[in-house]
Design a protein around this ligand. Sequence first.
Ligand code: N01
Length: 576
Amino acid sequence: MKQTKEQSVVSQADTETDYDAIVVGAGFAGLYALHSLRDKVGLSVKGIEKADDVGGTWYWNRYPGAQCDSQSFIYCYSFSDEIREEWDLERRFPKQSEVLDNLRFVADKLDLRRDIQFGTAVTAATFNEEDGHWEVSTDTEETISAQFLISGTGGLSEPYIPDFDGIDDFEGFSTHSARWPKETVEFADKRVAVIGTGSTGIQIIQEVAKSDPEQLSVFQRTPNYATPKRDRRLDEMEEAEIRANQDEILEKAHNTGSGYPFDSSYETAEEMTMEEVEEILEPRWQEGGFQFFTAFDDLRENEETAEKVSEFVRRKIREQVDDEATADKLVPTDHYIGTKRPPQFTDYYEQFNKEHVSLVDVTEKPIERITATGIQTTDRHHEFDMIIYATGFDAVTGALRKIDIQGRDGLTLEEKWAGGPESYLGLSMHGFPNLFTITGPQSPSLLSNVPVPIEHHVEWITNAVEYMIDEGHRLIEPTKKAEKAWGIHNRKEADKTLYKTTDSYYLGTNVPDKPNVFMLYAGGVDSYHDIILEVAKKGYEGFELTDSIQNLGKSGDTPELSVLNETTTESVSSDD
Ligand code: N01
């Protein structure tokens, strides 16, 4: 479908493009971006999605036991009262199918599917410097052009499987957790291996263990601090109470550092005895959910608080596991709680008390290779019918780096991010005009209840596009100086925390040869949101806005960035 200049509201275009905007991905981010740009601004928008339906991460992660770790009443869109009111909340924590159904309902309600091309992966995107637009290539051999390119590809969408020797030799069933087949997989009487004990592995393990396998072997490299979820079906009274307060709850969630509607109760545990800490944490442990992490304000900054909370959870893990040697292996001692994404459990630890469930510590007995019939560790061969790789993701940058993206002057994203991601506000990049990254690297994204920063980003991008139309600009690109200042500000925020003390996908250490830099904005969703709103209010400070590609990069000196604190801007020299 060719979009004519007359049809397009972006009427300043020098040349015709197929669409005003292309949105990559049809998960929480892509669906809202498509709706907002199409129905609010009036752009012609094309959505492109690899899967055969909407849902994003909730489409792909259909493994047994898949469930959201955020409560149903906050893991949702807040932009439409109507959508929220028409949707029934089933459980305290929605299962994968419930979140997926909700996104399908939203897509139908807003009539989004008609503008999404499913079953199509974007393979490349090149900025056409002559005409100032993006040309997007797909694995269906199409090339589609648009003035704006918006990525809604998600931070956890590129699966990572370690490059084990012999991985293709295995003759039984094997899959990565995020590529689970649609057909039901039976575990009864099967010998099952699960590799990985992150949030996903824990959810799968507790489900498989209860599905009558002959044997379940859990291959663990690093134990995790899992805290209770305490899920349950919501009764009518609970749902009515949530409904009565949901506006307020969501408003609160949009104004905290975490994107959750919880306040911290105490500043620090530094001066407290362990008994005092336990008294504070015990009711939170009983309540379940991520509220547990809001007991102390400085949990992620202060080693003393972190150690006390870690010790509480270590004791709780020990209480649940009968065999002392197994408990020793399940208790983390090499990092503090909260320095990587904390998993939640329903009945994970007690599964290890069952005869048919065993734990293999791969730091003691590393995996040497996968064989036709199982896994060879340094001490023995383990026979399996099934191997499940719950080995995580090439997080934050993986999905974008997989697309061959080329900006101005032939600069590729691969080259730009060779030393780790660089961006301005986690939303845009110097050298890549009119490309917006929803919950991109250097934004709070995975450190928070993600639908919240997704909405902040989509609304910011929508306003920026409207502003451009009103002001007669065709192109928007951050200056190099603004990008550098944002990088410095990011590092400073991360340095205040304990995140860098632990290997994690936040730092890229889970994927060999990935640059090890902290990839997320650690200053909090609320502060971050204030900054991006202030940038917009100041006429998109740090961005160059122009009507013609020839003018880009020629607007002379860019002013200092007043929205970031002075120490950040001071250290960016004027010739950057
Ligand atoms: O991935 P992970 P995940 N040999 O990277 C292990 C989200 N999520 O899929 O810790 C042996 O956390 C690795 O070991 P180690 C949530 O944000 C959300 O579990 O690196 N083991 C680790 O145990 C979560 O954080 C929900 O030493 C190897 C595991 O594989 C994110 O998804 C629900 C290995 C990977 O853990 C990712 O979780 C579920 C090797 N060579 C998940 N390589 C919601 O509620 C890796 N491992 C929204």
